[in-house]
Design a protein around this ligand. Structure first.
Ligand code: EPZ
Length: 460
């Protein structure tokens, strides 16, 4: 049975597109800030409770994959609720343009992408090294064009992050793949990729997405077992179905894809960003106050909401809004452990830890998804937090005060955790290299400013 969009996502809307629309009439977003600004810092003056509304953006980690799906058809793919100003969206646009995709990003969050012709099958090192998600072009390029060369992304700040599962699974579909000079050089067999049964030895978001896209144009059926179940994957699947793909089992560990000979254009609204939503929930938990998060959902955040409520944060769903409140109660210490969805998201671990620094008692944070995702710990400790790391676990003993300091992290979520700590720290906190935050948080300065936080951008 096919899963109907309305059975899964209240907010995600997708349907076939009337092809009179073309990217030609789409205005490309102007650079919001033309000076080299990645080294700018954020100055946060702590001590303000939060009150007001924040509108949640479309999910970065869904948007990037939808953009890659444009490679699967020569017709236009129109995306709504796009986080169009994010650094990662701009980086991927550059890569897709290099490959031959016309990318139109509009200020109102509409993007139209069209890959009429594939001009290059190479994703060069210079572009891939800026953003690991670039490896997701491999599956669609191979499926549509039959050949792809994608630079190996290399390690990153949170772990070694290999792409062996992507390669193993594409080989199972008949691809001939060699690693040469730092590049994954892949060729589909004559007649195209073939459907296969793929059992992932480990749950991988990116490998599931890459293979799901590759399988849409393969000959026959592909079964992905031990597939990732993240809401962004379901959202991607819904967009692919709108493009004519035949996919069943989205949101379950077994996804079945029947290959079709061609996909068509479609229009699709990107699912709200659950990680941005969760980040602002932790911000309210830490700083106190009452904030309405608009245009989002709570159903995909159960694993965060349960421990937040245990810690003393009130969360109420009102249609597309979520009301988050912590009045005068003290936060209690709670233990969490990250896991693939539906477990506690690794992308919210640093923010939850920042919140725990001011709890009564202690909380244990265990990271099981990435091997090196505690880089925020020494920086939080520089602000006065009391955290001890043992292997994959960190024991956070609550303190009564944090103190402002100059801090820095080389990962998006670690950086935002430092911003949250700055909201309650005495005095001023400077979070260096705003570049990391701008990769994944739209308008963070104005969003936090709108709820009463004192955050400003200054030259680095
Ligand atoms: C996605 O990364 C997200 N990125 C990450 O978000 C997120 O932290 C991660 O999923 C887990 O939820 C995007 O969607 C762009 P994985 P991905 O493949 O797909 C290992 C953020 O802050 N692995 O699910 O790269 C890997 O090393 C970012 O927004 C292999 O061993 O993650 C990791 O330990 C950071 N071999 C685990 O699996 C492989 O071939 C899960 O990684 C692939 C992965």
């Amino acid at each position: 049975m096919r899963i109907a969009p309305e059975n899964i996502w209240g907010n995600a809307v997708s349907h076939s597109l009337n092809y009179k629309e073309t990217p030609d009439n789409v205005v490309t977003l102007p650079q919001t800030d033309s000076r080299p600004s990645g080294m700018d810092k954020l100055k946060i003056t702590g001590g303000h409770r939060l009150k007001g509304d924040i509108r949640i953006s479309g999910a970065k980690n869904a948007a990037l994959k939808h953009m890659c799906a444009a490679l699967l058809t020569d017709q236009p793919l129109q995306l709504g609720n796009m986080p169009a100003t994010l650094g990662d969206v701009k980086t991927l646009s550059q890569l897709l343009e290099h490959i031959g995709v016309t990318v139109g990003l509009r200020e109102d969050g509409v993007a139209v992408l069209q890959a009429k012709n594939i001009m290059s099958h190479v994703a060069p090192y210079d572009l891939v090294r800026k953003m690991r998600a670039s490896v997701i072009v491999l599956g669609p390029l191979l499926a549509r064009h039959g050949v792809a060369e994608v630079s190996l992304p290399g390690g990153c700040a949170i772990g070694t992050r290999p792409v062996d599962l992507h390669i193993m699974a594409l080989k199972a579909m008949g691809a001939d793949i060699d690693i040469e000079a730092g590049y994954i050089k892949a060729k589909a067999p004559k007649g195209g990729l073939k459907g296969a049964e793929i059992i992932f030895p480990k749950v991988s978001v990116g490998a599931t997405e890459n293979l799901m896209m590759a399988a849409t144009l393969a000959k026959g059926e592909t079964v992905l077992k031990n597939a990732a179940r993240e809401p962004e994957i379901v959202d991607q699947g819904m967009a692919l179905i709108a493009m004519g793909a035949k996919i069943e089992g989205l949101g379950t560990p077994e996804i079945r894809i029947q290959g079709v000979s061609a996909l068509q254009g479609a229009t699709h609204d990107v699912v709200p960003d659950r990680i941005e939503t969760g980040t602002y929930m932790c911000a309210v938990g830490l700083a106190g106050g009452e904030v309405r998060l608009r245009h989002t959902r709570t159903d995909f955040l159960s694993a965060l909401i349960a421990p937040l409520q245990l810690a003393g944060v009130e969360i109420t769903s009102e249609g597309d809004d979520v009301l988050v409140r912590r009045q005068d109660s003290h936060l209690k210490g709670v233990d969490i452990m990250t896991e693939p969805y539906p477990g506690f998201a690794t992308d919210l671990q640093a923010q939850f830890m920042a919140m725990l620094t001011m709890c009564q008692g202690a909380g244990m944070v265990t990271e099981t998804v990435f091997e090196n995702r505690f880089m925020h710990v020494p920086e939080l400790c520089r602000m006065g937090a009391d955290i001890t790391v043992h292997g994959h676990s960190a024991l956070v003993r609550g303190v009564s005060h944090l103190k402002g300091a100059e801090v820095m992290a080389t990962d998006l979520r670690a950086s935002v955790a430092l911003v949250l700590a700055g909201l309650v720290a005495d005095g001023e906190t400077y979070v260096n290299r705003i570049y990391h935050l701008e990769r994944g948080y739209e308008n963070i300065v104005s969003k936090l400013g709108a709820v009463g936080a004192q955050v400003e951008r200054c030259a680095g």
